[in-house]
Design a protein around this ligand. Sequence first.
Ligand SMILES: Nc1nc2c(ncn2[C@@H]2O[C@H](COP(=O)(O)OP(=O)(O)OP(=O)(O)O)[C@@H](O)[C@H]2O)c(=O)[nH]1
Ligand SMILES: [Mg+2]
Length: 222
Amino acid sequence: MSDLTLIIPAKNEKESLPKVLDELENFNFKRNIILEASDELTIESIKNYDCQIIYQDSRGYGDALKKGIESVETEFFCIFNADGSFDPKELDLMIKKIKNDKCDFVFASRYEKNCGSDDDTIITLVGNYIFTYLGKIFFKLKVTDILYTFVMARTSCAKNLQLTAKDFSFCVELPIKAKRADYKICTSKSHERSRIAGEKKVNAIRDGLKILFSMIKLFFRY
Ligand SMILES: Nc1nc2c(ncn2[C@@H]2O[C@H](COP(=O)(O)OP(=O)(O)OP(=O)(O)O)[C@@H](O)[C@H]2O)c(=O)[nH]1
Ligand SMILES: [Mg+2]
């Protein structure tokens, strides 16, 4: 399936990223890795792999994903973490939804029936619940796991969204702007695995507050 590009944001993932690329070996997707040019250890760790390395313009998770979306030349793309927490076997179901059900955006979810997470803490679980609920109430979003950001999309639709978030508030900006643009959104069942190695980049308090402020700004269309 060469009409799908995986956008893989990576920051200090020298242990996990090679293993993620090993697991993807039998899948015929393009792989675009987005990282900072200064992240020499991660770059060194994947030098023998078949993938495209793209340097982000600035810093941050959202900045990397924005650059990643701009880089896609295939009809579809999927945001795919470099830490091993996403299972590539789940991509098949997401592809079916986007092709057969003609969805524009497919948001994978850890919180539907028969879904789950090996990586959740009580803080991330409650945080996610609150932000997903705010999304439902204030933006009429039907996604069930707003912060997961395991998202497949029709590239032309995502490129239309004028995304600006450089940090983790990208997680809410993407579904809110997709909904506002009236694109067809659906969800897909997922089970998140633990990260393979390395440290998480999200800080619950700092990034939670940034996401909250971003939602308030988006609500007032500022
Ligand atoms: N290029 C780039 N990638 C980033 C940045 N911040 C996070 N990432 C990557 O984005 C993905 C998600 O970040 P994580 O740290 O795993 O966030 P998380 O899933 O909430 O945290 P865990 O629970 O530890 O998995 C990983 O592949 C990171 O390497 C960044 O500033 N730049
Ligand atoms: Mg992770």
